[in-house]
Design a protein around this ligand. Structure first.
Ligand code: AMP
Length: 114
């Protein structure tokens, strides 16, 4: 997607503070962190929202979730705990139309978030 900021980050056209990268996914620090540890996990291919997930593209998400323990370990939060969140659409205040999962950690995360 030409004008998608996360596609540009995935291609290295816009810099990011990378935590993990492979051929399918990229993990980088959120520019406006909501917790002492706040990273974004994105598929490198453009998928706008969770509503676009289907049998043809869901493999990247199983790969992503297989990698989350390693990412959490790299960030030093696997023992202390973390929250994975994905906002989909207007009511969830999704602000970037490229599916992403927030990983938040290193503070007490209230639930429900409000
Ligand atoms: P959401 O509101 O769930 O769509 O989350 C989008 C997230 O992307 C927000 O937490 C932003 O702070 C973050 N964000 C936007 N632009 C950048 C960027 N260039 N680098 C890192 N994080 C970004």
């Amino acid at each position: 997607m030409k004008d998608c900021i996360f596609c540009k980050i995935a291609k290295g056209e816009i810099p990011s503070d990378k935590v993990y990268e492979d051929d399918k996914i990229l993990v980088f620090h959120d520019i406006e962190p909501e917790a002492p540890v706040h990273v974004l996990i994105i598929p490198k291919t453009h998928i706008s929202t969770l509503n676009e997930v289907n049998e043809g593209n869901s493999g990247v998400f199983s790969h992503m979730f297989e990698k989350i323990p390693e990412i959490a370990n790299t960030l030093g939060v696997d023992s202390s705990g973390y929250r994975i969140v994905s906002n989909c659409g207007k009511d969830a205040l999704q602000s970037v139309d490229h599916v992403h999962f927030h990983l938040l950690a290193k503070r007490s995360l209230k639930w429900p978030p409000g």
